[in-house]
Structures are given as C-alpha cells and as structure tokens.
Write a new protein. Structure first.
Length: 248
C-alpha cells in the first residue's frame, strides 16, 4: 500500500477533495450543534446544563406546579397536607405524567381538596387529560427524534469515519497513532449515542455525551488535517512505487 506522500497526483486530488468537503461538512455540523444547544440554560455559550436540557429537558416546573401553592391556599388545604400534595404532583410530573401514577397518587388528593371549587362552575381539573395539559414540562428530545437522528448519524458518520480512517492508515504515522485516530471516533460516537438515551433517563450521564462529542468528529477532523498535510507537504520516498507496510 502506497503511503500518502507517494501517491500519484490524481489520487492526491481525489483524497484532497474528500477531506476538504467532508471536513467542511463536519465543521458545519459542529456549528449547527452549537446553535441548536447553546443558551438552553439561559446563559451564553454551551454548558453541561445545556446538554441536560436538550436531552433530559427542564423538568423543574410547569404551570400546574407554579399555580399549585395558591390553589391549595384557596382550597384551604391544611398546612400538614400541602407538602404531601406538592410531593405527589412533583413526582408525577418528573416521571412522565403516567395515568397509573395519577390514579394512584394524584387524583385522590385532587378529589379531596380541589374539586370543592373546580366541580362548580370552574374547569374540572380532576380529569386526567386536562390536568396533564397543565402539567406539561419540557421532557427534552423525544425518543422518536433520537432514533431518527441516530439512524442518520450512525450510518452517515460510520461511512465518513471509515473512509477518513482508511486515508489516515496511509499516513507516515506510528502504529499506535493510527490505531487512535482510526478506532477512537467509532468508539466515541457509540458512547455519544448511548449517552443520549442514558441522559434522557438521568442527567448524571450527560458526561457521556460530552466525552463522545469531544472524541468523535474533532478527532476525525484532526486526522484529516494530518492526512492533508502529508499528502502535499511531505516529500515522497525514493521507492514510492513499492508497497509500504501499514504500520510503518
């Protein structure tokens, strides 16, 4: 296998075109990610909290949670019962507003305290559908979107990483360096992809998304820059027509 500095001019043009266009595409993808995610926590720049909001959502509050303290006071809910109602509603919302949790833990409290007013000339908030609308919070990226994005990213980036790795394998680099730049992007994006779903369950896993993002596309971009440098700026060997060992 010829190394990059020993390639004929026409092959150098072919690899250069791929590196230039795909590199520009990956840079655009990084910029797109920044503009989509940055500021989600209300602050400039990208932070870990921005990633949490993007995948896990902001489940800290909802219209129902904001209004509930005033509603309990109007309904003259005993002070000892208020923490119990707040806890039940917060738990129900934080865990996806399931009907089972509503029927078991929320509805009895609503029926006992709130329907004294809301059953007479006011909206019946004792119904599951109406209360769910008032309890809607940002749950982050839906699973359907994550699966669709995963299908697109895994297949597209898999091909890009393979071709970029195949080119990098022809650089004049030590074997260990080649293993790093070829294998790490595949592993990193798998970690990134798994991190989406784990962060959706718990913000504690957001570091996986960050780690995967750092060691996937950026590493490929660095590898392609090294390949481009060696294509045009390293002098070809005198025996460039001979096959070169991959690990040289």
């Amino acid at each position: 296998m010829k190394l990059l500095p020993d390639l004929p001019f026409i092959e150098k043009l072919l690899y250069t075109g791929f590196i230039f266009l795909v590199g520009l595409g990956l840079l655009s993808a990084e910029a797109y990610t920044y503009f989509v995610i940055h500021g989600a926590d209300g602050k400039p720049g990208i932070s870990m909290q921005d990633l949490v909001v993007h995948y896990y959502g902001d489940r800290s509050s909802s219209k129902l949670q904001t209004m509930l303290p005033a509603m309990m006071s109007m309904a003259q809910v005993p002070a000892a019962e208020k923490p119990k109602m707040l806890s039940a509603v917060n738990h129900w919302i934080a865990n996806g507003e399931s009907r089972t949790d509503y029927e078991k833990n929320v509805r009895p409290l609503i029926n006992a305290s709130c329907l004294k007013c809301h059953s007479i000339g006011m909206p019946d908030i004792g119904t599951f559908d109406l209360l769910k609308k008032q309890a809607k919070v940002d749950m982050g990226m839906p699973y359907s979107a994550m699966l669709m994005n995963g299908m697109i990213h895994l297949t597209t980036l898999g091909v890009i990483f393979w071709i970029a790795g195949w080119i990098f394998a022809r650089t004049r680099s030590p074997k260990g360096v080649k293993v790093f730049f070829i294998a790490i992007p595949f592993l990193a994006f798998f970690i990134d992809f798994a991190g989406w779903f784990l962060t959706k369950q718990s913000p504690d896993f957001v570091w996986l998304v960050l780690l995967g993002g750092i060691f996937s596309c950026p590493v490929v971009l660095i590898g392609m820059a090294v390949s481009l440098y060696q294509i045009w700026l390293l002098k070809g060997s005198d025996h460039g027509d001979r096959a070169q060992p991959l690990a040289s």
